[in-house]
Design a protein around this ligand. Structure first.
Ligand code: IMP
Length: 470
C-alpha cells in the first residue's frame, strides 16, 4: 500500500505536518524529488522522547513541544521510520549529515537511506545558482541551494551521483572532467573569479570532502538501490509513504515556467523518483495538500495576491489595499520561508490552480491546512475562476504570460471566529465552525475529491481526521 503526498499549490502547504501524522502508520517514508530547497517544520511532543540538548534545528515551541526544521531528512525519520531520499532527489551531503547530527544530539537515531542514483549537489552548484540569479534582470528567486544547476547536470548527463561518491577513482575522474568546465562558465560567461568561492571550484578540495562523505555513507550503510529497496519492503507488506516537496504550480512541467523548481512535485514524480512504477503509485492514495489560502516565495505571477512583498511581487502585481490583511495572515500563519527566512507573498485561495493540480496528479483525497489561520477575518474571498481576455477560464493557462493576464473572479464566504482548536480537533468535523465547514466543502466539491483531513493548528494533534489514507 502506498500513499503519495503532493503539494497542490506553490509549496509550503503544510505537507510536513501531514506526512508526520501519516508516517505514524507508514513503515517507510521516501522523498521523491527536490533537495534542501524544501523546508518541513514538524512539531513534536517531547513527552514521547527522552529529550536532549537543543540544537539550531530544534527549538522549543511550547511547554512540551519541540519544533524540528528539516530540509532534507524525511520527516518520518523523527518517528523512528526508515526515511529514504529517492533517486529523483538532489542531495547536499553536508546538509544531510548536519541534520542527522542535529537529530542525534536530540537523542534520536534516524534511519536514513539514500538512493545511489540520486544526484549530488556540490559547492559549485550553489555558487552558480547565485551567480546565475544575479546575472538575470528577471529573478526567479531560487533558494540559492544549487538545485537548478544540479538538475541541469543530471539532464546533461554529466552529473555526479551518490553511487559515484563510493568509488574514489570514479569520483576523481568525474571531478577532473567537470570542474574545469564549471570554472570556464564562471570566468568566460559570467566574468566571475571562481577562486573567490572558497574551494568550490577546486578539484582536490572537492575530492577530499566528497570522498569523505562517500565513506561516511558507506560506513553507515546508507546507499540503496532505491526501487529494489522499496519493492522489497512492499513485497513484505510494508506501507510506503511518498513525500513530495514543493508544489504543483512550481513543478518543472506543470508549473508556471520559468518560475519553477527543477523537478516534478506532481504524483508522476513519485514513480520516476522512487523507481516504483506508475501502477504502484496509482494503485495507492494520492493526497493533495491544500492551504486554506495561498502563499508564494520568489518571483512570478500570483493573480489573487493580497498586499505585496518588496523584491518579490512583480511590478503591477498584488493589491496594496490589502497589505494589512496580508500582513495579518503572514504573522498568524508563520509565513516566512523555512529555508531562506524570506517573508512569503500571501493570496486568496486560487481554484483554477487547484483544479489544475487535482488533474495533473489525480488526487484521490485532500488535506486542507491552516483553517485556523483565517479565523477572525470577516469576509473570505476565493478566486473561483479567471477572466482572461473577456472569457471565463476555470483552470490555469499553460503559459505564465497568459496566467499573469488573468483577473480573478471572486466568490465570497462568511468568515469564522477563533476557536479552541485543540477541542475542535478532538471533537471532530462537526465541531468546526459552520462557515469553515461551508468553505472546505466548497473546495472538496469543486475538485470532486474527498477531504481526508483538516489542519487547525501546527501541532500534529491539531488535525481533524476524516479518513486515514492507509
Ligand atoms: P529552487 O528550487 O531553489 O531552484 O527555486 C526555484 C523556485 O522554487 C523559487 O521560486 C523558490 O522560491 C521556489 N521553491 C523552492 N523550494 C520551495 C519550497 O519548498 N517551498 C516554496 N517554494 C519553493
Amino acid at each position: 500500500m502506498t500513499v503519495t503526498i503532493v503539494g497542490a499549490q506553490l509549496g509550503d502547504e503544510g505537507k510536513g505536518g501531514m506526512v508526520d501524522r501519516w508516517s505514524e502508520t507508514a513503515d517507510v517514508v521516501c522523498r521523491y524529488q527536490g533537495g534542501d530547497n524544501a523546508g518541513h517544520t514538524v512539531v513534536y511532543d517531547d513527552r514521547a522522547t527522552d529529550g536532549g540538548a537543543t540544537t539550531a534545528d530544534a527549538t522549543d515551541a511550547g511547554d512540551e513541544n519541540t519544533e524540528y526544521k528539516l530540509s532534507l531528512v524525511p520527516s518520518g525519520a523523527i518517528r523512528g521510520k526508515t526515511g529514504v531520499l529517492g533517486n529523483g532527489c538532489v542531495i547536499n551531503p553536508a546538509t544531510l549529515f548536519d541534520e542527522i547530527e542535529g537529530l542525534r544530539e536530540r537523542g534520536l537515531d534516524p534511519d536514513v537511506r539514500v538512493a545511489e542514483r540520486a544526484h549530488v549537489i556540490f559547492p559549485y552548484h550553489r555558487a552558480l545558482d547565485g551567480i546565475e540569479e544575479d546575472s538575470k534582470d528577471d529573478h526567479i528567486g531560487t533558494t540559492g541551494n544549487g538545485i537548478g544547476p544540479t538538475y541541469e547536470d543530471k539532464a546533461a548527463r554529466r552529473g555526479v551521483r551518490i553511487g559515484d561518491l563510493l568509488d574514489a577513482d570514479v569520483l576523481r575522474d568525474r571531478l577532473e572532467g567537470l570542474v574545469p568546465q564549471k570554472r570556464a562558465i564562471c570566468e568566460s560567461v559570467y566574468g566571475v573569479d571562481p577562486d573567490a568561492f572558497d574551494g568550490a571550484f577546486d578539484v582536490d578540495e572537492l575530492f577530499a570532502e566528497y570522498r569523505s562523505y562517500g565513506e561516511r555513507l558507506a560506513t553507515n550503510d546508507m546507499p540503496v538501490n532505491c526501487g529494489a529497496f522499496l519493492d522489497a519492503h512492499r513485497e513484505r507488506g510494508d506501507r510506503l509513504l511518498f513525500e513530495g516537496a514543493q508544489g504543483t504550480a512550481i513543478d518543472l512541467d506543470h508549473g508556471n515556467y520559468p518560475y519553477v523548481t527543477s523537478s516534478n512535485p506532481t504524483a508522476g514524480g513519485a514513480a520516476t523518483g522512487t523507481g516504483l512504477g506508475p501502477t504502484v503509485v496509482g494503485s495507492g492514495e494520492i493526497v493533495g495538500i491544500v492551504k486554506a489560502y495561498l502563499s508564494r516565495v520568489g518571483a512570478g505571477p500570483l493573480p489573487t495576491e493580497m498586499g505585496f512583498v518588496e523584491g518579490q511581487t512583480p511590478a503591477g502585481g498584488g493589491n496594496r489595499d490589502m497589505t494589512d490583511l496580508a500582513a495579518h495572515i503572514r504573522e498568524a500563519g508563520g509565513e516566512y520561508g523555512t529555508v531562506t527566512g524570506r517573508p512569503r507573498r500571501i493570496a486568496w485561495l486560487d481554484m483554477p490552480m487547484l483544479r489544475h493540480a487535482a488533474r495533473a496528479s489525480g488526487f484521490t483525497g485532500l488535506a486542507i491546512n491552516h483553517v485556523d489561520t483565517l479565523a477572525g477575518i470577516e469576509e473570505i474571498r476565493v478566486g473561483h475562476a479567471y477572466d482572461l481576455a473577456g472569457e471565463t477560464v476555470t483552470t490555469m493557462p499553460a503559459t505564465t504570460e497568459r496566467w499573469s493576464e488573468c483577473e480573478p473572479q471572486y466568490r465570497t464566504f462568511d468568515g469564522w471566529s477563533d476557536a479552541d482548536w485543540d477541542a475542535v480537533a478532538r471533537e471532530g468535523y462537526d465541531a468546526l465552525p459552520a462557515n469553515a465547514r461551508t468553505y472546505v466543502e466548497y473546495v472538496g466539491d469543486e475538485l470532486d475529491v474527498p477531504i481526508f483531513a483538516i489542519g487547525v493548528g501546527p501541532d500534529r494533534e491539531q488535525t481533524i481526521v476524516l479518513d486515514d489514507p492507509f
